[in-house]
Design a protein around this ligand. Sequence first.
Ligand code: SF4
Length: 417
Amino acid sequence: MRSKRAGRCDDPSALPPGEGGTVTEGEKTSSSRRQFLRCAAFAAGGLCAAGLAAGGISRLGRATESVAGAIPAAPGPVSPLRMAKAKYWRPLANKRVQCLLCPKRCEVGDRERGFCGVRENREGVYYTLVYGSAAAARPDPIEKKPLFHFLPGSFAFSIATAGCNMNCRDCQNWDLSQARPEQVRSQHLLPAEVAKLALESRCGTIAYTYNEPTVFYEYVYDTAAEGHKRGVRSVIISSGYINQEPLRALLPRLDAVKVDLKGFTEEFYRRYCSGSLKPVLETIKTVHGSGKWLELVVLIVPGLNDSETAVRSMCKWIRQTVGADVPLHFSRFYPNYQLRNLPPTPYATLRRCQDIAKGLGLHFVYLGNVPEAPSQNTVCPGCGKTLVERRGYTVTAMALRKGSCSGCGRRIPGVWD
Ligand code: SF4
């Protein structure tokens, strides 16, 4: 049980991360650099959380309780080394602060945290508690993000922390996203070290992923700069639930953005994600307008966001707002987290979504989490030639010539080199 309700979020449906114990010093022990690089060499498989030898991510607490508003600080100490002054907040009276990073705009009292559970007010100053605190760090195929038109066949050094500014009832990574920093094992990896490890593990890209990068904004911001200094690119895998000012400040440091469009109604966002649709649509427009590479993913949940009307409206909006060339991935839902009562998305439903999208003129429509589907391949919209052939997360053939179709010469949008 929470001891008290603290702070206030603009979103009245806010569901905070779960309660749980704190980790002991022994449990906090970081994995060694050697362990880490060994993990990098065996990139296939599950998450490589820091402290992986001890069994990966700790599950000390699960988010099953819902309480509106911001949450009180956890009792255990957080290493000061992992704290940094937060960006985008303003002071209020009586040592309170308001976070301006995401649309929740939490108002947080002294010694309390915002909804995401990883930003804390101390004496009227707002801090991030996860700066340099990597709860997962490993190379992944870029196809796993998924980014299909961004350096296909390459690896992205993928890092995560605890926390999220939404609480999606179908979250696939809820162990991380709905945890506090004290509830996951993490490794202290400063931005320059992440960039160096990316290079050492032969990754040309750093991906901020698994949990929402918005909540570890400062870490992303500095790590992306360190990456660029070394020629390593940065991509965020995001829900897009971020305010415009921080987004615009971050974009020059990014090379690609994947946005999860959870559904296409405010009702869906409110009921199933503790968020809202409008800011996400603004994010998509801003990213597209910035010229950074953009891909969109929609997790199709049976009976919740798969109606023909919703899918059609979404595809129409995409076509009209960001154009036919932005890749759209329809991803299969598997029962998870708070929606274990629903069945996996039928393949026929995904095919129907794909048909709708293609019928409305979208050029690149993929199906995800469906290993048996041929729809992982990139096909030229001009002549129909298969340009990138994929099996699972592996690229098995490429027929692109300098970013153009080797059959008809049509330019294929993306970052290929
Ligand atoms: S980033 Fe966290 S603390 Fe800031 S407004 Fe969003 S949920 Fe609240």
